[in-house]
Design a protein around this ligand. Structure first.
Ligand SMILES: [Zn+2]
Length: 79
């Protein structure tokens, strides 16, 4: 018989960790626009949970990328 507890415990530990700092879409978009402008708008803890949300939530990631490209365009036009 093969044992495979290592990966399972790792996964559970990861789930437990992410649960603590998980934010939902509403929370994400409270500061998402600031984050799109500059990552320094958030502290390290916030940044970690926001980036985690982007990884977990394809919908927000898509909108976030769009927002970022819009901001980039308008910054380039100003210069
Ligand atoms: Zn989301």
């Amino acid at each position: 018989m093969q044992k495979q507890p290592e990966k399972l415990t790792e996964l559970l530990a990861l789930l437990r960790k992410t649960k603590e700092s998980e934010i939902d879409c509403d929370e994400f978009w409270e500061k998402g626009p600031s984050l799109a402008e500059s990552t320094t708008a958030l502290n390290a803890d916030e940044l970690a949970s926001f980036l985690h949300h982007l990884e977990m939530c394809p919908g927000c990631r898509e909108n976030f990328e769009i927002l970022k490209s819009i901001l980039k365009d308008s910054q380039e036009q100003q210069c």
